[in-house]
Write a protein that binds this ligand. Structure first.
Ligand SMILES: Nc1ncnc2c1ncn2[C@@H]1O[C@H](COP(=O)(O)OP(=O)(O)OP(=O)(O)O)[C@@H](O)[C@H]1O
Ligand SMILES: [Mg+2]
Length: 404
């Protein structure tokens, strides 16, 4: 009533921006005003004084006369939406078939109402697994309204140790808004909490650079509408058979796409001006995106350098890996291969060295066996290990040799 002083005591805590409590200060004011209007009373004057009995942050609104109590209920905390994806790759080239396969897996899951969709991207170091995952992810962000989680598990890192499942789950829990002080300490409890938090949510979870299936198993959601992309230099047969993952093995880029990749970095004019040098780059890099991008980076760093000189350096087989070393670990071909190599059994590593010495890109199984002084079944088993590590490939299921 005008002229009189009114006191209003809020019994609750308004401790944050709107949304932290069930009724915000503004809503209290609105309720009060409506009530007064419906009862034909005048609106309170400027002398209305309210008192808040607990700490208040965010908006504080003067409320008028209130009949009955006002109850503030803590609202449901809105889930944190994580955005952990690294930036989208620049100058991404080709891979139309693989991009379509990833989208088809997502569409199929949406059609059939399936829960977790897992794609296992396999391929040698530098073949483009991480770039494919990131490029696809950024193109489909709208399909993951509940956010994106990303971890580089460093399964084949040339320096340091792989990220453990415990470290990865803790990182995800933090990204999902769990206070480090309230995090369970043992892995099972952490995994349980993680699966509860992602249950029913439409998240994209990228588990990059996994060493093997056991490395990623704790990070797979239980029952969720999430999509998981796992990348690894190994073929993750366990992920396919036990967890229903769709395998997607990446091969080198076809020549037209490799050429397009170079043009994307160097510009059409420079590529067109020195066709012989560009052909030499394509031949030396064998369609491996990492090698192509290192060559492109070197040429871009020296815009006035004739491509012919760089091509001559590359043609020298004995120093080719050194030429393809751009000096930084993510762009270092020798480092990429040596970390895959370090993960091999000793016998497989010796066989890889020997088949690499054989002339030509292919070698038959009997020739590989006799080169290494092994029985054919033993050589076959070791070649399978090398194939699993994506260090050799068997051209077709019927072929008995491999491509090095
Ligand atoms: N589709 C592409 N278009 C253009 N460049 C690419 C493409 N794919 C890969 N690259 C280049 O190759 C490099 C290596 O790719 P990426 O890091 O994805 O390899 P990877 O298979 O994940 O290797 P690793 O097993 O070492 O993690 C990238 O830094 C990029 O320069
Ligand atoms: Mg990678």
């Amino acid at each position: 009533m005008p002229g009189s002083r009114h006191r209003f005591r809020l019994r609750g805590t308004l401790d944050g921006p709107e949304g932290r409590v069930g009724v915000s200060g503004r809503k209290v004011a609105a309720v009060t005003t409506e009530e007064q209007n419906s009862q034909g009373r005048e609106l309170p004057g400027a002398d209305v004084r309210n008192e808040v009995s607990a700490p208040v942050g965010g908006h504080v609104v003067q409320a008028g006369v209130v009949h009955g109590g006002v109850h503030l209920h803590p609202g449901r905390e809105r889930p944190v939406v994580p955005h952990q994806l690294p930036a989208a790759p620049r100058v991404f080239t080709g891979r139309a078939g693989e991009l379509a396969a990833l989208t088809a897996a997502l569409d199929d899951a949406a059609d059939t109402g399936a829960t977790v969709t897992i794609s296992a991207l396999g391929g040698a170091g530098g073949i483009g697994k991480t770039w494919l995952a990131l490029h696809w992810a950024h193109r489909h962000l709208d399909r993951f309204p509940d956010g994106q989680l990303f971890v580089d598990l460093r399964g084949f890192t040339p320096v340091g140790e792989p990220v453990t499942a415990t470290e990865a789950v803790r990182g995800f829990l933090g990204a999902l808004g769990v206070d480090p002080a309230g995090m369970p300490t043992d892995l099972d409890a952490q995994v349980g909490l993680y699966r509860s938090l992602v249950a029913g949510r439409r998240l994209l979870i990228v588990l990059d650079n996994a060493r093997d299936t056991s490395h990623v198993a704790p990070l797979l959601p239980g029952n969720s509408a999430s999509t998981v992309l796992v990348t690894s230099r190994r073929q993750l047969a366990g992920l396919v058979t036990t967890h229903g993952a769709r395998p997607l093995d990446l091969d080198v880029l076809p020549e037209a796409e490799a050429r397009q990749l170079l043009a994307g970095h160097l510009g059409d004019a420079r590529v067109a001006a020195e066709p012989a040098a560009v052909d030499a780059f394509l031949e030396c890099c064998g369609g491996l995106p990492l090698a192509l991008s290192i060559v492109a980076a070197r040429a871009t760093a020296h815009p006035g350098f004739p491509l012919r000189l760089l091509a001559e350096e590359l043609r020298d087989h004995t120093t080719r890996l050194d030429e393809l070393d751009a000096g930084e670990i993510p762009l270092n071909l020798r480092a990429a291969f040596s970390s895959s190599y370090a993960a091999l059994t000793a016998e497989a590593a010796v066989l890889l060295g020997l088949v690499g010495l054989a002339p030509g890109p292919d070698i038959g199984l009997p020739a590989a066996a006799s080169l290494a002084g092994l029985s054919v079944p033993r050589a076959r088993a070791l070649l399978r290990e090398l194939e699993t590590a994506h260090l050799v490939s068997q051209p077709s299921p019927a072929a008995t040799g491999c491509t090095t």
